[in-house]
Structure formats: C-alpha cells, structure tokens
Design a protein. Structure first.
Length: 126
C-alpha cells in the first residue's frame, strides 16, 4: 500500500502562523489605507464646498457692485440731461468721477477681503 504524498504533507505550524500573521498585517494595512482614502476624499469634498461657497460670495458681491455702478451711471446721465449750462455739467462730471473712484476703491478692497476669506476657508484644515 502506497501512501499519497499530498495527503501526508502538512504545513509546519510556524509557517502557518507566519502566513496568518502576514495576512492579518496586510488586512490592517489595507484597512488603514481605506480609512486614509476616505478621510482624504472627505477633506477634498469639504474644501471643494468651501471653494464653491467662496466663489459664490465673490461673484454675488461683484454682481451687486456692477449693478450699483450701472444705477449710479444712469443717475449721472439723468442729471447731465437736466443740466442748464456747461459749468453745471463740469461740476456733475467732477462729482461723478470722484464718487466713482471712491466707490471703485471701496469695492476693490471689499472684493479682495472676500476673496481672501474664501481662500483661507478653502485651505484651512477641515
């Protein structure tokens, strides 16, 4: 009676233990990788949301400023057509230019602050 070597072959206990430990370590490493990947995706989603919110704030503010500037221009045009002489036209023009320069300066400052805040909100840790 011959014995089948495949039936009598046994894996040594130390080798089996080493293989089990290797599989367990690989599983833990994979779980750590998946956890880090989920965290990274969540962080990216949070930053994307902050960026979209910041961009929306900046664009809404810019649209508000544009609308305000157009209304001011129409008001100026209305005053011009009602002017009685060249001296009044020159005074209105001077007042308009001064008020617009101040408004544009204030608007640029405010837009810069809003954009800066949006950038800070996007890059700060979530």
């Amino acid at each position: 009676m011959t014995t089948d070597p495949m039936k009598t072959f046994e894996i040594p206990a130390d080798m089996r233990k080493f293989a089990e430990q290797s599989v367990e370590q690989a599983r833990k490493a994979f779980d750590g990788f998946i956890s880090a990947a989920h965290h990274a995706v969540s962080d990216i989603e949070g930053r994307a949301t902050a960026a979209r919110t910041g961009a929306k704030d900046v664009s809404e503010k810019a649209m508000t400023f544009a609308q305000r500037n157009i209304v001011t221009s129409f008001d100026f045009a209305q005053k011009l057509v009602q002017a009685r002489d060249m001296q009044e036209i020159m005074r209105l023009q001077s007042e308009y230019i001064q008020s617009q320069m101040k408004a544009l300066s204030d608007q640029a400052k405010e837009l810069g602050e809003t954009a800066s805040k949006a950038t800070q909100d996007t890059v700060k840790p979530q």
